[in-house]
Design a protein around this ligand. Structure first.
Ligand code: URA
Length: 434
């Protein structure tokens, strides 16, 4: 077999065979196929699409490039959650300890930032000492105590996805339903859970900007989960504007700590508790998603979720003192403010642009090897529908790069559309697919 011939076949829109796809993934994972050929294959797949069969083979080839966690020795429900990617999306950091405190085992394998979106693994890496890449054996110990983990993919879990994910991030090949499905599912199946909750984002800051595409992605994920014998549920959630006020790696950990201590914005609470509620429902701990929501709220307000978060951070080597006293964390050297242009209402937000501005500020990567500035980010304290007064402070940018401040502020203001007239608030959880 020859990779070039397979790339040409895909470029010409032909359906590949199972052995072709396995060959490409094996060759890329063992290093015999270079990045430029995989990039060409990804672009051809992006443009020509992959059939349901091709997507299923790609998923299994990527899954089988590594090992799967066997959690069968652990009694009780084991449920994971995966988001298709957004801005300011810190829900995983909050719902994982909530679900664990409810008695669910949560093996949470997370990823790095991708395209204009942030990644939970980068957020975790902002916590000094935190080991976000334990071995597969260590993963199992963490399932035993404290009942789950927050970690990235090690070399052992879907290594093909880890390599392809970084490549897609920098080759414009992210927003593809089959590629996203295979990427997410190769990791989710490897977690060895009984079921999974998908948070499928929709809107200007999501990979799938239209509602129809988001729903198609949700259905593709659920179809692949079912084929692998897993229970699943998908929630389609709003991603036109950042979730909460803080976007950027440490800033999001900081806001998660606030929420775990009972201080939160409406949108973080609504989305996070709905997803946590869905995990409790799938795990059989709650009778309905709504009952799971209430139970999650109770766990949050009792302080049990914060205690669980401390346990997770501690056992994975993170600096617990900073979690208890997050104000001790270093602050970015350059801070500048954003102001409302006139009396009116926030009408719309270009979430994609905000994501790109976050990369410019230093909170994300343009190239695989770029180093993240964990203190960089954007704080935006208004939501679509909120009234504003001319000159009112609506946010701030934080960075170590003074030269990006003016152009980034200009882009952010262009990404925010204001109106003289009252605007409706957005519905955050749009649909639940069972
Ligand atoms: N999240 C993933 O894990 N993979 C994708 O391709 C997109 C979002």
């Amino acid at each position: 077999m020859n990779p070039v011939e397979l790339i040409i076949q895909k470029r010409n829109g032909k359906e590949l065979q199972k052995e072709d796809i396995y060959y490409l993934i094996e060759s890329y994972t063992n290093g015999s196929m270079p990045d430029y050929q995989m990039s060409a294959f990804l672009m051809a797949s992006f443009i020509k699409g992959l059939s349901k069969d091709e997507t299923a083979w790609l998923t299994s080839a990527m899954l089988e490039s590594g090992k799967t966690l066997d959690l069968s020795m652990f009694p009780g429900p084991k449920i994971g959650k995966h988001s298709t990617g957004g801005i300011g999306d810190k829900t995983t950091l909050i719902l994982t300890p909530i679900a664990m405190a409810a008695g669910i085992k949560v093996p949470q394998i997370t990823g790095r930032g991708l395209g204009h979106t942030g990644g939970t693994l980068d957020k975790l890496d902002s916590i000094p000492g935190f080991d976000g890449r334990p071995s597969l054996e260590k993963y199992k110990k963490l399932i035993d105590y404290p009942g789950g983990f927050l970690a990235g993919q090690t070399d052992e879990v879907a290594p093909a996805d880890r390599l392809m994910y970084s490549l897609r991030d920098v080759t414009g090949t992210v927003e593809s339903i089959p590629l996203i499905t295979a990427s997410i599912m190769s990791k989710k199946i490897a977690e060895g859970t009984d079921g999974m909750v998908f948070d499928v984002k929709t809107g200007s800051g999501a990979f799938m900007k239209s509602y129809d595409d988001s729903k198609a992605l949700a259905e593709s994920l659920m179809y692949t989960a079912k084929a692998a014998g897993k229970k699943s549920l998908a929630m389609i959630t709003e991603m036109s504007q950042p979730i909460g006020y803080f976007s950027g790696n440490w800033l999001e950990v900081y806001e998660s700590i606030l929420m775990l201590n009972g201080e939160y914005t409406e949108d973080i609470a609504e989305i996070t508790l709905a997803l946590a509620g869905a995990m409790l429902y799938l795990g059989g701990v709650a009778d309905t998603v709504e009952a799971g929501y209430e139970q999650s709220m109770y766990i949050l307000e009792s302080g049990d979720a914060f205690d669980k978060f401390i346990e997770i951070i501690k056992v994975q080597g993170g600096d617990v003192d900073l979690i208890r006293f997050p104000e001790k964390y270093p602050v970015a050297p350059e801070i500048d403010f954003l102001y409302a242009p006139f009396d009116g209402f926030l009408k719309s937000v270009n979430g994609y642009e905000l994501g790109m501005c976050l990369i410019d500020l230093g909170a994300g990567r343009y190239r695989k090897e770029d180093v993240i500035d964990y203190t960089a980010g954007l704080i935006l304290t208004i939501k679509i529908g909120d009234p504003v007064k001319k000159g009112q402070k609506i946010g701030e940018v934080r960075t170590a790069k003074r030269e990006v401040i003016d152009p980034v502020k200009k882009r952010i203001m262009q990404a925010l559309e204001f109106s003289l007239y009252a605007q409706p608030k957005l519905k955050l959880v749009k649909e639940i697919l069972y």
